[in-house]
Design a binder for this molecule. Structure first.
Ligand SMILES: [Zn+2]
Length: 280
């Protein structure tokens, strides 16, 4: 770990500001989860070929909820059996050391932070969570666990049985349930995606570490701007430059580290562990 980052880490531990991790799809790639925006984001239905940005929308759900569900069930069948990788476990280990000084803001909906043991109280899933569903007509804002009786193991991509479809009805009003995820034509809010909470955290952050996200969505961009303007040090760890990189390189309190997430987090964990042990 470079000396600038070591200094910032020590300083942040002393002043009690948060050490916040902002993570995206890159961190789950090693677990075999395809990204929404990549080539695996496509969905073929009949003669039509949809992009994720077209099918993962509320307007498509209103027109063709079954088709949207077929796509989501297929995606969920992939995440359901995926295992957390070393990066997920290292984030959990770092949390164990930092406790309430730690915050994890994740764009991933795949449930792998939970499987790795990250605490729910310090994990903020700003794009939702595949493990929950909610009423598509918003008769209430209640979240329901994804119906476990839907078999995800051997799915025919293009079939939803009558029995399954019954399970995807709102228990209160009978309308279609929807996956608890932020769609491409929707906005962040506090109720479902903890928008205000993470913005507050970003202002109280001394060190922000961005891993495996392209910076293409609006809330992560605001988090980074908030942190920078409040004097936080912001590091981007990525195998290639993203929308964040050039911006950070130009800042005195910004840095781009070209690395994979696991080796970076391993080093970070060791360094943090040493600093903390030296203080006991
Ligand atoms: Zn309802």
């Amino acid at each position: 770990m470079n000396s600038k980052l070591k200094d910032v880490l020590k300083k942040t531990l002393d002043n009690g500001r948060k050490i916040t991790f902002l993570v995206g799809a890159g961190i789950s790639a090693e677990s075999g989860i395809p990204t929404f925006r990549g080539k695996d984001g496509y969905w073929v239905s009949g003669s039509k070929n949809y992009k994720a940005q077209e099918i993962g929308t509320f307007s498509m759900f209103q027109k063709a909820s079954q088709e949207v569900w077929k796509w989501f069930l297929y995606r969920k069948s992939v995440t359901e059996f995926a295992k957390p990788n070393k990066s997920h476990f290292l984030l959990k280990d770092i949390e164990c050391l930092l406790e309430d000084q730690f915050a994890l803001v994740s764009q991933n909906v795949d449930g792998l932070h939970k499987k790795a043991g990250s605490s729910e109280a310090r994990t903020f899933l700003i794009h939702g969570d595949f493990d929950f569903v909610r009423c598509g007509s918003e008769c209430s804002s209640e979240l329901y666990p994804f119906p476990t009786t839907i078999d995800l193991s051997k799915r025919d991509k293009h079939v939803i049985t009558e029995k399954e479809w019954v399970l995807l009805r709102c228990p209160k009003c009978g309308d279609d349930l929807r996956p608890h995820v932020l769609w491409f034509d929707e906005y962040y809010n506090e109720k479902y995606y903890k928008r205000d909470t993470v913005l507050r955290i970003s202002k109280n952050t001394g060190l922000l570490i961005i891993i495996g996200t392209s910076g293409a969505t609006n809330l992560p961009q605001i988090i980074v701007e908030n942190a920078l303007s409040r004097g936080a040090f912001v590091v981007e760890v990525n195998i290639e430059k993203s929308l964040f990189s050039e911006h950070l390189i130009q800042k005195k309190n910004g840095q781009f580290v070209q690395n994979k997430s696991t080796p970076f987090l391993e080093e970070f964990y060791q360094e943090l562990n040493e600093i903390m042990n030296a203080r006991v």
